[in-house]
Design a protein around this ligand. Structure first.
Ligand SMILES: Nc1ncnc2c1ncn2[C@@H]1O[C@H](COP(=O)(O)OP(=O)(O)OP(=O)(O)O)[C@@H](O)[C@H]1O
Ligand SMILES: [Mg+2]
Length: 439
């Protein structure tokens, strides 16, 4: 099903600026779509059409198949939530709490439901401490968090966010992307605009590039970013991972499809022996020319004297614990992969962390104290807090877990509700060792 569609959409501002010239756009229900394009290319103007802030003068906008001109505008705004590029255009109430409560109250929800939603987003966006402040007195990044929280609290079917991460710190970006991931997993359609090619490449299911009010190109990230000429003609930057890959490929080190994540990039180099030299930590004092056996311990490659398993030759003297180089490596280190254990934490609607069997979790943890821990989604993160467990990965958890496993570390991923199935599916796609448990 199509969530939002525009057909031949045109828009001219009062001063005669032609901002959109025949835009055909489509976001299917449940998709994550990123719109890229230089300043002034029409992203904001297009987004204003998605919830009826600007009505189409020429062409058509359809919301879940219905022509927006023929749909009740309150219904459109209930289904499509828009976060403005400039937070000052969005925030107006005397306190952060009131601002976030405004939308849900407008939906005529009960007092308790409004309160519940507001406390949820205050917690989720880590803005509880500023709940009583006047939004006008917040920093730019804080304003953005509040503006996004306000729209999330309305629980629309489609979230449209105009440059959601610009001006945010790392924690804000992680919180925002984390919650968008969770909402998308619940079936919501997410549309963002961004100037961040790295983000678009790793995040989006589909990308639209706008240029001078027209769709310059649309497609899946892999196709878009493998076309170097297209990216430069569109006035965009290549993701850093793609630039690095091209350099590696030119030197004969990488091969295959353009990678869009660190994990893909590592795979582009698989089985290619660069110079057959590995960096390792000396497990004991070593001398130049010593035959060593290599092993991954706690994610580090360690060289000890010996001739078992994967072997190599120490290239220079090294004391125990120091970095050394090993040449003529024979054997495959791949079989030292760690395993990934996925623990499904009941989703918030299933009772959340309160419904989790703590004894069972402590049982899992005791068995392997050295493992890394990741948490995805609200109830899993709440459980981590409750158990006072330190999370090693809170963002990009699936990829981080797989990279750690490839380095030989065991990983335990706590994932909320349906997100757990996604993790297991993704890990198995890469043929890594993975088990899933309910708690
Ligand atoms: N209120 C307005 N009146 C006149 N022209 C406008 C108005 N708002 C935007 N424009 C013009 O419309 C065009 C598209 O602007 P828009 O804000 O949609 O671009 P954008 O892609 O969102 O850019 P940015 O990356 O800077 O946010 C630009 O040429 C801009 O100057
Ligand atoms: Mg804009």
């Amino acid at each position: 099903m199509t969530a939002i569609q525009t057909i031949g959409l045109e828009y001219v501002y009062a001063d005669g600026t032609q901002a959109l010239s025949g835009v055909n756009f489509e976001a299917r229900a449940g998709e994550k779509v990123a719109v890229l394009g230089p300043n002034g290319s029409g992203k904001t103007t297009l987004f204003y059409h998605f919830n009826g802030l600007i009505m189409p003068a020429k062409g058509e906008v359809r919301i879940f198949g219905e022509n927006i001109n023929k749909t009740d505008i309150d219904e459109v705004r209930r289904r499509v939530g828009l976060v403005f590029q400039e937070s000052d255009n969005q925030l107006f109430a005397p306190s952060v709490f009131e601002d976030i409560a405004f939308g849900p109250r407008n939906l005529r929800l009960s007092h308790d439901e409004v309160k519940k939603r507001v406390s949820y987003v205050l917690h989720r966006f880590d803005i509880e401490a500023i709940g009583k402040k006047n939004p006008a007195n917040l920093s730019a990044g804080q304003k953005k968090r509040v503006a996004i929280a306000g729209v999330v609290a309305m629980e629309p079917d489609v979230l449209v966010l105009d440059e959601p991460t610009s001006g945010m710190d790392a924690g804000g970006i992680n919180d925002t992307l984390g919650i968008l991931e969770e909402l998308n997993n619940e079936g919501k359609t997410i549309i963002i605009s961004t100037h961040d090619s790295d983000l678009a490449a790793s995040w989006a299911d589909r990308i639209y590039i706008l240029n001078k009010g027209k769709v310059f190109r649309s497609g899946i990230p892999k196709h878009i970013f493998s076309d170097e000429k297209l990216i430069s003609e569109a006035g965009l930057r290549q993701p850093v991972i793609v630039q690095t890959y091209r350099e590696f490929r030119a030197r004969g080190i990488s091969k295959g499809e353009v990678p869009l994540s660190v994990l893909d990039f590592m795979e582009s180099m698989e089985n290619i022996k660069v110079m057959n030299i590995r960096c390792a930590i000396a497990g004991c004092d070593l001398k130049t020319g010593d035959k060593v056996s290599l092993e991954i311990r706690d994610g580090m490659l360690v060289a000890d004297k010996g001739s078992d398993g994967v072997t190599g030759i120490a290239m220079f003297n090294g004391n125990k614990g120091e970095d050394i180089a090993v040449k003529d490596v024979v054997g495959n280190l791949q079989h030292h992969e760690g395993k990934i254990t996925v623990i499904r934490v009941p989703a918030v609607i299933e009772g959340g962390s309160r419904a989790a069997d703590m004894e069972k979790i402590y049982g899992f943890l005791d068995k392997n104290k050295k493992q890394k821990i990741g948490a995805m989604g609200t109830s899993a993160k709440a459980l981590m807090n409750k158990m006072e467990l330190k999370c090693d990965f809170e963002f990009d958890v699936i990829q981080s877990a797989m990279l750690a496993a490839l380095r030989g570390l065991d990983v335990m991923v706590f994932a909320s509700g349906g997100m757990a199935d996604r993790v297991v599916e993704k890990v198995k796609e890469r043929k890594l060792n993975c088990r899933g448990f309910n708690i």
